[in-house]
Design a protein around this ligand. Structure first.
Ligand code: SAM
Length: 398
C-alpha cells in the first residue's frame, strides 16, 4: 500500500495504515499544544534571565501516546527551546510509523521513538523526570495520571486531553465516579463541569505525592476537553486542595447551581470542615430538592498571565487554525473566574418565557452591580458573580 502524505504545520507525515490513529479534526488541539509549549518555554527562559541564572540547553518532552508521531514532530519543528522529545506508543505499527515520520522530517536529533506502555515508561522515569508530558488518549486519560504526576519535573507542564464527553457531561455519573472519582451532573454547564472534574482528578492524584497543580489553560472545544497545568512540589500547598475542590448542588426545579468547597482555611491557620448549607435542604429559589455532584475543581481554570502571553505570542507562530485560536483565547481572556454558568435560553425556557437578547440580560446584571461574561464553552452562556436570587429576580421581571 502506498503512503499518503499529510501536511500539518511544519510537519509532513506519511500514513498508510488504518490501524494507526490520525485525526485531521484535532489540528486545533495540536496547534494549541504548539502555542502553549512556546509560551511555557518563553516563560521559563524569561524567569531564568531575570534570576540571572545560566540558560539551560532546552527542555525535555514526553508525548506518551503518540500514534503517528505528528505532534512530536510539530513540536520539534515549530517550538524553539526543546532538547529532546520522546514519541511513545504501545502499538508496534504506530511505532513503525513514528520512526518513518521522524526520518521523513529529518528530526532524528530531537525526536526519539519509544515502544512502551505509557504507564510503565512514566513510572520508570520518576527519577529522570520530563519537563512536559502530553497525554492524548482515546477517551479517558485517568489511568495515566498517577504516572504523569510523578514523572513531571517541579514547575513542569502537563497537557492532557479527554474525549469521553458523554461520561463527563452527566450521561453516566456512576462511570464518571469510577473513572474520575467524581459524580457528573446533567447540566447546561456540563462542558465546564467536565473541565473541573478532570482538574479535580489531576489535583487529587498529584496531592498523593506532595504535589499541587496550577491550571494555565482549560479548554472545551468540539468533542473534547484539554487542560494545561503546571505541577509543583509542596506538602503544605497540597493541603489547600481541600479548599479548592468542592461539591456542586443543582436544583431539580429551577436548575440553580451552588458550589461549596470541602474545607475552609482558618484565619488563625489550619483548616475548618465545611458544614454544608445545601445537603438535604430545599432550593432557596423554588423549594425543590437538589442533586449533589462532584467533587470538582473550584479554583481558577486559567492563569491570566499565561493566557496573555499566549495571545501576545500568537502572531509569531504560524498556525493553520490561527483565526479560531485567537477567537477562543480572547473569550477565555475575558472569562470571569466564577465556577460554572447558566444559559439564557434554558433560564427562559424554565419559566416558559420568550428569550430576551443577550445584551439586555447582561445589561440587567451589570446595572444591578454584578460582573458578567461568556464562557468559551458555550455561546449562550451567562457567567456571573450575581447570586441566584438576583438572576431569578431578573428572569421573573422579564
Ligand atoms: N497524539 C496523537 C495525535 O495527536 O495524533 C493521537 C494519539 S491516539 C488518540 C492514542 C494512541 O495511544 C494510540 O496510538 C494508541 O496506540 C496509544 N495507546 C493506547 N494505550 C497506550 C498505552 N498504555 N501506552 C502507550 N500508548 C498507548
Amino acid at each position: 500500500k502506498l503512503d499518503t502524505s499529510i501536511k500539518e504545520g511544519e510537519a509532513e507525515i506519511l500514513v498508510n495504515n488504518a490501524n494507526v490513529f490520525y485525526n485531521p479534526v484535532q489540528e486545533f488541539n495540536r496547534d494549541l499544544g504548539v502555542a502553549a509549549l512556546t509560551a511555557f518555554i518563553k516563560d521559563i527562559q524569561e524567569q531564568k534571565t531575570e534570576r540571572n541564572t545560566k540558560k539551560e540547553d532546552g527542555i525535555t518532552v514526553l508525548e506518551a501516546l503518540s500514534a503517528t508521531g505528528l505532534r512530536s514532530i510539530r513540536y520539534a519543528k515549530e517550538v524553539k527551546g526543546i532538547k529532546q522529545i520522546i514519541a511513545n506508543d504501545i502499538c508496534a505499527k504506530a511505532v513503525e510509523s513514528i520512526k518513518k515520520n521522524i526520518q521523513h522530517n529529518g528530526v532524528e536529533n530531537l525526536v526519539k521513538s519509544s515502544h512502551e506502555d505509557a504507564t510503565l515508561l512514566m513510572y520508570q522515569s520518576r527519577k529522570n523526570k520530563f519537563d512536559v508530558i502530553d497525554l492524548d488518549p482515546y477517551g479517558c486519560p485517568t489511568i495515566f495520571l498517577d504516572g504523569a504526576v510523578q514523572c513531571v519535573s517541579d514547575g513542569g507542564l502537563l497537557m492532557i486531553t479527554a474525549t469521553d464527553m458523554a461520561v463527563l457531561a452527566g450521561n453516566s455519573p456512576e462511570t464518571c465516579f469510577l473513572k474520575y472519582g467524581a459524580i457528573s451532573l446533567r447540566s447546561k454547564a456540563c462542558h465546564e463541569m467536565a473541565l473541573r472534574i478532570l482538574l479535580q482528578s489531576i489535583a487529587s492524584h498529584a496531592g498523593r505525592y506532595g504535589r499541587y497543580i496550577i491550571p494555565l489553560l482549560s479548554i472545551s472545544v468540539d468533542f473534547y476537553i484539554r487542560v494545561f497545568v503546571k505541577v509543583f512540589s509542596s506538602h503544605i500547598k497540597c493541603k489547600e486542595n481541600a479548599t479548592k475542590i468542592g461539591m456542586v448542588y443543582q436544583c431539580t426545579g429551577c436548575e440553580s447551581i451552588n458550589t461549596q468547597p470541602l474545607c475552609y482555611k482558618k484565619s488563625t491557620g489550619g483548616y475548618k470542615l465545611t458544614s454544608s448549607p445545601y445537603v438535604d435542604q430545599l432550593c432557596k429559589i423554588c423549594q425543590h430538592k437538589q442533586h449533589e455532584g462532584g467533587p470538582i475543581w473550584l479554583g481558577p481554570l486559567h492563569n491570566e498571565y499565561f493566557v496573555n502571553n499566549l495571545l501576545c505570542n500568537l502572531d509569531n507562530i504560524k498556525l493553520g487554525t490561527f483565526k479560531r485560536m485567537v477567537g477562543v483565547l480572547n473569550v477565555i481572556h475575558e472569562e470571569l473566574n466564577v465556577p460554572l454558568y447558566y444559559t439564557l435560553d434554558r433560564l427562559m425556557s424554565i419559566v416558559r418565557c420568550v428569550t430576551p437578547s443577550m445584551l439586555i440580560f447582561r445589561s440587567a446584571l451589570l446595572n444591578a452591580g454584578y460582573r458578567v461574561s461568556y464562557s468559551h464553552a458555550c455561546k449562550t452562556s451567562i457567567k456571573t458573580d450575581a447570586p441566584n436570587e438576583v438572576i431569578w429576580d431578573i428572569v421573573r421581571a422579564w
